[in-house]
Structures are given as C-alpha cells and as structure tokens.
Design a protein around this ligand. Structure first.
Ligand code: DX5
Ligand code: ZN
Length: 216
C-alpha cells in the first residue's frame, strides 16, 4: 500500500486557517487530520464544528477527524455533516464502541477506532472487522509536540499481524511525535498512514517536509 500522511491542523496557524489548509491541499499529503478535544477525555480543549467549515471549504482532500471526546456517539453524525470523510473515536471514550462505529458508517463516513498508549492492541480483536481504520496513539492524546513513545512500534507491528492474519483491509494510522527522523520506522512497522503536526507546521517549508516524511 502507498504511504499516507495526514498533517494535523492542531499545529496550524489559526489566524490563517484557510491559507494553511490550502497549503496542505496543494501538497503531496492525501489526508487532513483534525484533532477535536473536549477537555474531559483529554486535559486540553482544541476546537469543534465551526472550525471544520473553513477547512472543508479550503480542501477536497480526505478530512480525517480524530475525536478525543467522551461519549462520541452524541456527536458523530454532526461531524459527518460538517464534512468528515473519516471519523475516529477512542475505544476508551465510550461504553459502546461497536454501536458508535455503526452510527458513523450509517451517517456515510468511514469509521476508525483509536487506542491510547496504555491500551493493548489485543483489546480491538473483535472490533477489527467492523472498522475501516485503527489509530494507534504514539503519545498521550491531548497535545501536539510530544516525543514519540518507542513502544508504539511493537504495537503497530502486532496490529499489522492481526490485520493481515484475518485478511482485513483495515488501515493502520499512527499519531504523535512523528517526523522525517522516525517516519520510516513507523511505516516499516506496518503503518499505512502517519499523522504529523509540529514536524510539518514548524518546518521552514511545510510542503517539502511532507514529502520528506513520505519518502523517509
Ligand atoms: C495529539 C493529537 C495529534 C497531534 C500530533 O493528541 O492527536 O494528532 O496533533 O502532533 P505532533 O505531530 O506534533 O505530535
Ligand atoms: Zn490526532
């Protein structure tokens, strides 16, 4: 499978959201990662629906929405209406992950499930056939700019094996602390897609950095 990169808008300049989205739209990146935080599931608040609109209007690329919110089932339809192509919820954030996944699909988007660093991949064994994507967190969710947790590579490899052994088309995405320095290890461990926030937006030439990560 071809490598995918999803630059995270969390590290964009919110005073120039349209400009930064258009930059990604014109770049080699295939997806745009959107981090929604509620201050409850994670100790930080980012943004919600109003910010989805200018992003959606400025790009035709895949909007990859990562919900770090409790009880995501209360909001998934609204994120699909706001233009999400892919909605990922956290396994730890709901008492009914399977029901929530089903609602995302019924609303017309692809559905993903994410696990925090302490949640083992085996937890997802039964859910795997029901999801389009698994998002492995390689930092504690909540903030951009953290260091990659090395133990995540073994989780990605274990997940790759589970997915392949079951013959599933599940996309494996990894999020947190990824740059051109470690992207190769993440892809080699079995990731299809990587998220990169600070590495892209803090680079002098973000579009070139996206290519560096893709070709790492
Ligand atoms: C963290 C978010 C990440 C974050 C990644 O909770 O889910 O998507 O934006 O940022 P970097 O690439 O800077 O670690
Ligand atoms: Zn994210």
């Amino acid at each position: 499978m071809n490598r995918i990169i999803a630059p995270s808008m969390l590290s964009a300049d919110f005073g120039h959201l349209e400009r930064d989205t258009r930059m990604i739209d014109a770049s080699a990146a295939q997806w745009v990662h959107i981090d929604v935080m509620d201050g409850v599931f994670v100790p930080n608040i980012s943004f919600g629906f109003p910010v989805m609109k200018p992003i959606r209007q400025a790009t035709s690329k895949v909007l990859d929405v990562h919900l770090m919110i409790v009880e995501p089932e209360r909001y998934v339809e609204r994120f699909v209406e706001a233009g999400a192509d892919l909605v990922t919820i956290h396994y730890e954030a709901t008492s009914d992950p399977a029901g929530c996944i089903e609602r995302i699909r019924r609303a017309g988007a692809k559905a993903g499930i994410s696990i925090k660093p302490a949640t083992p991949v085996e937890t997802l064994r039964d859910l795997l056939p029901a999801v389009d994507l698994v998002l492995v967190m390689s930092v504690e969710p909540g903030f951009g700019g953290q260091s990659f947790i090395e133990g995540s590579l073994a989780k990605v490899a274990a997940l790759r094996e589970m997915v392949d052994r079951q013959g599933l088309p599940t996309i494996i995405e990894v999020d947190g602390g990824i740059s051109a320095a470690n992207a190769r290890a993440v892809y080699d461990a079995g990731a299809d897609a990587v998220v990169a926030g600070s590495a892209v937006f803090k680079a002098a030439d973000p579009a070139a950095e996206i290519v560096r990560i893709l070709e790492a």
